[in-house]
Design a protein around this ligand. Structure first.
Ligand SMILES: [Fe+2]
Length: 300
């Protein structure tokens, strides 16, 4: 059948205990030391001690052995090596130093988020009670790993590996970034041109914009130094966002209302120009979003 989802990512971090505390507070559930689950996606984050921060492994889910065989042929067709071990395939894309493990995995079953009513002039959906987002008191819990964004010094090669090799489809492509999907999410992996290979951010889907706001606000209330950028809304993909800094220097994004593409031929976005390439509305774009503060050390 097909490649259908991101399964799990492994992040290398210099201080696993500090990173664990961050992701616990972010709303992921720690199932064992350094292993974190989303509510719908299962164990989707692993933390491993490493001298410098980065993505150590990306896990992908496919439907059946034919998918792995097809993937292996396609990767070999790009001149890259593939390691097959039973129901698992491993490969490395050298430019982004992207290590991928694909395995047969069940499709994700998403718990339907409850529909929040909202009022507008002439459109009254909620009367005689406060808004749902105001009344919520439970901690924010991401439902699944939405996407990650990688920088590559040879973005074209990395994009080719993901599309021609692994089977990702392209949703949007602007000069500096390709938005690729392996599900009906607008993007599951974004690849941007960069001076070296690094992980820009991971993104975690929550129910709605109130959860993005509640999550981001709670994280910043504990430690204002975590604030990177948000609340805002991207134009490409449409998602609401709030980006935070984890203790290792990775950015972690709360996401809601991402575009879904069920028919690639029907998706006809505008030509993204100017600031729209990065966002629709938000507080001023921090320079660090484009140029992470630790980039000089990652380039060494
Ligand atoms: Fe993102």
């Amino acid at each position: 059948m097909a490649l259908h989802r991101l399964t799990t990512i492994t992040l290398g971090v210099p201080d696993p205990a500090a990173a664990a505390a961050f992701y616990r507070e972010f709303g992921l559930r720690e199932t064992a030391t350094g292993i974190f689950a989303t509510t719908d996606g299962g164990e989707q984050l692993r933390l491993a001690a490493a001298p410098r921060r980065g993505l150590l492994e990306l896990g992908l889910g496919v439907d059946d052995p034919d998918d792995l065989a097809r993937m292996a042929r396609s990767i070999e067709g790009l001149g890259l090596g593939v390691e097959r071990n039973g129901a698992t395939l491993r490969a490395i894309e050298p430019a982004a130093r992207l290590r991928v493990t694909a395995a047969i995995a069940p499709r994700i079953v998403e718990t339907a988020a409850s529909r929040s009513t909202s009022n507008g002039p002439g459109r009254i959906e909620r009367t005689n009670r406060p808004a749902d987002g105001v009344l919520r008191t439970d901690p924010v819990q991401p439902q699944k790993l939405s996407h990650l964004a990688l920088a590559s010094p040879d973005a074209d090669q990395t994009i080719r590996f993901l599309t021609d090799g692994l089977g990702f489809r392209t949703s949007d492509r602007i000069q500096l970034v390709a938005f690729l999907r392996c599900s009906d999410d607008h993007h599951n992996v974004a690849v941007q041109a960069g001076p070296c290979a690094f992980l820009h951010h991971t993104a975690w889907e929550v129910a709605d914009v109130d959860e993005v706001g509640r999550g981001g606000a709670a994280m910043v209330r504990t430690d204002p130094a975590r604030q990177l950028w948000g609340l805002g809304r991207h134009a490409i993909g449409s998602n609401f966002f709030w980006y935070l800094r984890d203790p290792a220097g990775h950015f972690a994004e709360y996401v809601s209302d991402l575009d879904r593409i069920t028919d690639g031929a029907a998706y006809a976005p505008p030509v993204w120009e100017g600031p729209q390439a990065i966002y629709a509305w938000a507080p001023p774009l921090p320079g660090e979003f484009l140029m992470p503060a630790d980039l000089p050390s990652l380039m060494e």
